[in-house]
Ligand binder design. Sequence first.
Ligand code: FEO
Length: 396
Amino acid sequence: MSFKIKDNITWVGKVDWELRKFHGEEYSTHKGSTYNSYLVRDKKTALIDTVWTPFAKEYVTFLRQETDLKSIDFVIANHGEPDHSGALPELMREIPEKPVYCTANAVKSLKAQYHQDWNFVPVKTGDKLSLGSKELIFIEAPMLHWPDSMFCYLTGDNILFSNDAFGQHYASELMFNDLVDQAELERECIKYYANILTPFSKLVDKKIKEVVGLNVPVDMICTSHGVIWRKDPLQIVNKYLEWANDYQENQITIIYDTMWNSTRKMAEAIASGIRQGDDTVVVKLFNCARYDKNDIITEVFKSKAIVMGSPTINKGILSAVAGILEEMRGLGFKNKKAAAFGSYGWSGESVKMISEKLKEGGFALANDGLREMWNPDKQGRENCINFGKTLASTFK
Ligand code: FEO
């Protein structure tokens, strides 16, 4: 599959309909993904990014149908991660002498991954590459999301090739932001930001302000995953600015796992208490052993506060709860509140342990949490409802 974005620009990537896990098993891709690669023709021809390694042969075969490989003058590697650089070895075997433009950090990451001494041309922010009538201008974007990441901007067509930034794991045959289901698109964009870019929010904010400060027109944003932003392309830039600045909605998310339903009953009673205390707040409950981890993280990203529960087992907490806590610690959410709860039979360490891990993850604790012994009775349920009511006002 290939299609024209403009007369002089052809998409030559891969739509991966079957992908269900990305980054190993780390990221769920319910809607598949795409690896976008672009052929830019002027007096000279540039190829921007390639595709993931398993599709390398297929990619080069289709690319050859699109153009004589020898006619490619410049290869641009915006990022060294294998979902974009994975077809470089297959491609460069055919055109080994062609220059590969990338950041100095990408020279390191590409060499270390593929052990090839291609004709690397390291570039810095502001460096320009003439294609004839138009130029590619390079913009380093370190830690968005690897040290080697960069964007490039095509003058004349006013297109920002942003690599991972502004992308989504979203397979579609439509490929333009104005043609796809808008709710699906927004869901995949925010999930991508929450799960991948949250730790780099300060840098996202700074880089966007730097690019906007260049005062160049942007008619299109061509990312490396998902749709091309051609209708109001700055809408996704503005969303990123919002998301990068301690984003939150009026939502409280309750996350728990349970052994014999006691902690589940607590979760449901706490939810009821929160709603009684504040009927404007959105409350969502997730059993984290049964619900997709990345979708839960997206809900945490949207929340002003979370409430986490686990029964005590072996003086600790259930592994699904531990997994989410570790995921949140790594992402480093800011400006969010939290509280813990859990049922227990005798020793009852879970609430203290969850509280400590939430604190370590940067959450502001509302209180010492709530424990209920065995299966909550009428009084136990009332305790949970009152706990929820108090949280509703603390989290307001
Ligand atoms: Fe889509 Fe960081 O690779």
